[in-house]
Each structure stands twice: as C-alpha cells, then as structure tokens.
Design a protein around this ligand. Structure first.
Ligand code: KG4
Ligand code: ZN
Length: 368
C-alpha cells in the first residue's frame, strides 16, 4: 500500500483537506513519481468559500471560520466521494470507497488554529475509521508545489525537473511573502521574508482604505486596470537594500501608510490611479528582488505562487523579466493560486516522500 520510496512509481490516491483560513477545501488526487519525478492528476477539487460570511466584518473571524468548516467538511466529503461518471475507475468510490484512498493529507499550519483543528480532527477521525495513513501538510509547501498541478481535471502534469532547478521561489499570500532558493523539490533555503505586512495583506488593507469590497486583492487589480500606474509615486520599501540582512527581505507596511496619507491629503483622489500606482510599487519590489536573487544564485527558473500570484499583472511582469534573463517561469494555473486542497495533497505527498513528519496538531506559525 503506502510507499515511502523516493522514486515511487506507485500511483497513490490522496484525499486532501484544507481549513487553514476561510476556505474549506477538499480534493481527491493521484500522485506518483516521488520527489524526483512527481506527477499529479486532480480528480476532484472543491473549495467552499466563506467570503460572504466574513465580508461584513472586513476580514476573517476565526470562530466563524471554524463553525463554517465544521459545517462544510461532511458536505464536501460526500461530494468528493460520490459515485460520478466523471470519476475514472481507479477512483470510483462507491459504497465503502474510502478503502481505496491510500493517504489522507491535512493542513497543520500555518493558519488560524481553531480553523486548522477542524480539518485535523476531521481527517484524524476518517483515518481512524477507515485505517488510512494520514500526513500533516504545510500550507506554504502547498503553495510552493501548486505549479505542479495540472490545469484540467484528469490531466497529468509532469514537470521536467531539469528545467526547474535550481530555482528561486516567491510565495506571496495573505499571510506571507517569502523568497526561497530551491535546489530541488525537497531542499531549499530561505533567503528573505516580509518584516511586517505580507503582500496580500497590504492589498487587503489598501482595498479597505479605498472602500473596496473584501477580499481586496482582486478588487484592487480590477480597479487598477482603469488607472494610471505612473500618476502617484509611492515608495518601494527595501527595494535597493543590499545589506546582508535586508537584501531579500520585504516591507509593505510603509507603502500602505503612504497610501493612507495620500488619501488624507488629497480628498479628491482618483481610486483607480491610487490602486494602479500602489500595485505598481508593490510589484516593482517583488519582481526586482526575485530576479536579483535568481541572478545572484544562478537559478534557471522562477516559481511564483500564493494568492497574490492570481494577479495577472504580477504574472505578466514576472514572466517578462524571467524571459529577459533567460529564466524559465512557472506559475500555478488560476485554479490553484488561492487556497485549495489539491495543493495540500501535493504537499502531503512530498512530505511523505521526503519523510518529513509534521505533528498532527494545529501550528499557527509553522514555517517553511
Ligand atoms: O494564498 P491565499 O489564498 O491565502 C493565504 O494563504 O493567505 O492568499 C490570499 C491573498 C489575499 O490577501 C488576497 O487579497 C490576495 O491573496 N489576492 C490578490 C489577488 N487575488 C487574491 N492580490 C492581488 N491581486 C489579486 N488578483
Ligand atoms: Zn494560502
């Protein structure tokens, strides 16, 4: 059944569960190839969004998130396991079908601990009831590996490892902004991170200043398309910091504050111009530092992931700069940028293959 072999050619059926924040995710996927030739096939990938519930509060309320996860998890399990004609025979999970699942992967952190616990407890009960091995997955590793997930259901994505590594990976989400120097799917070194707000957090806060709906990232992108990105010169914090301590760190809270002051001092400000200029300032820093790292460390590719990677301008700019410097560029398909369980299945599979055992308890500040 379960293989720890690094070159496992065995195809494993994984049930993955994600409840780290405000999205309840459940996915059924197949994985094989181990850490050297990973291959994934996504059979089902459901995300139950709680946006409407948290929107009136302008952000995620942990106890409401917990309540919703508790409600959504059994519903999603039923959907994922239902006998549908679209599901291929190996995964056709009719009566007693849970026995076909080889591995349960569940997010153990980072995230909101009450929310994480709902997924962990649910996964543990399933594991006990059906005697299925379970692994804890790191949410950030999920984002990191999400570019390996095929864009269409049932399609296999086989990355040519030679074209990926060494790589510089930028993870930009609502809680993190991290730059990694990766030697392989299992070996990396952290080069830098944000010292205050994460990139996505800055988007959400600026959106609030502009009175745009929650969650703000995609609203900023939408409105920025109508604005002039060169109309306001906002600061590019730490962009030219070449000190050993700061060369690959980020800071977005000053940028957000400068947007606040601009709005206060210019009562007739143009929302689209502010959004476009803010977005440009944030992306200038992200793209500059990522390319700088790739050149310094002799990378052959750039990996971009996390919720902010859903932004078309960031994808375009990072791709353009990568090409300019002869680097390959990898970014997840749009389905897998925001929190989802398919990426947790990939992270769980890699954790197993790497023999990286996370404890099955909620770790709000788990690092990568
Ligand atoms: O990865 P994710 O779904 O959750 C975390 O792990 O944090 O990322 C969510 C973040 C939010 O801050 C959201 O505003 C941002 O990603 N985001 C975007 C866009 N779509 C989502 N930021 C900029 N442009 C977007 N299109
Ligand atoms: Zn995330």
């Amino acid at each position: 059944m379960l293989q720890n072999n690094r070159n496992a050619s065995y195809t494993m059926l994984i049930l993955a569960i994600e409840t780290s924040c405000d999205e309840t995710g459940m996915s059924l996927l197949q994985a094989s190839g181990g850490v050297t030739k990973p291959k994934f096939k996504v059979i089902e990938n459901f995300v139950s969004s709680q946006i409407k519930i948290h929107a009136p509060f302008g952000g995620v309320v942990p106890n409401l998130a917990k309540r919703e996860h508790l409600k959504n998890l059994p519903i999603l399990l039923k959907r994922v396991m239902s006998h549908e004609s679209r599901v291929p025979p190996k995964a056709r999970l009719a009566k007693g079908g849970m026995s076909q699942v080889d591995l349960i992967a569940v997010t153990v952190g980072p995230g909101l601990e009450p929310a994480l616990w709902t997924g962990i407890n649910f996964a543990q009960k399933l594991s006990d009831a059906y005697k299925i091995p379970i692994v804890g997955a790191n949410h950030l590793e999920g984002h990191l590996y999400s570019f390996l997930l095929p864009k269409k259901r049932f399609m296999i994505h086989e990355s040519r490892v030679k074209t990926v590594f060494p790589a510089i990976a930028l993870i930009v989400s609502g809680g993190h902004t991290i730059l990694l120097n990766m030697k392989s799917f299992s070996r990396w070194k952290r080069l830098g991170e944000t010292r205050d707000d994460a990139a996505g957090e800055a988007f959400d806060k600026v959106a609030r200043l502009l009175e745009l709906p929650y969650p703000g990232g995609k609203e900023i992108e939408k409105i920025a398309n109508r604005g002039n990105a060169n109309s306001i010169v906002f600061p590019r914090p730490m962009m030219h910091d070449n000190s050993p301590a700061g060369a690959y760190d980020f800071s977005f809270s000053g940028l957000k504050t400068s947007v606040l002051y601009y709005i206060k001092n210019n009562p007739n400000f143009n929302k689209a111009d502010v959004a476009a200029s803010f977005q440009k300032a944030a992306f200038d820093v992200l793209v500059w530092k990522t390319i700088k790292a790739a050149r310094e460390y002799g990378a052959c590719s750039i990996l971009l992931s996390g919720g902010v990677a859903a932004n078309k301008l960031l994808r375009k700019r990072m791709k353009y700069e990568s090409k300019k410097f002869g680097l390959n560029f990898f970014v997840p398909h749009f389905t897998y940028n925001l929190d989802n369980a398919a990426m947790i299945g990939a992270a769980g599979y890699f954790a197993l293959a790497r023999k990286k055992r996370y404890s099955l308890s909620a770790m709000g500040n788990l690092e990568i």
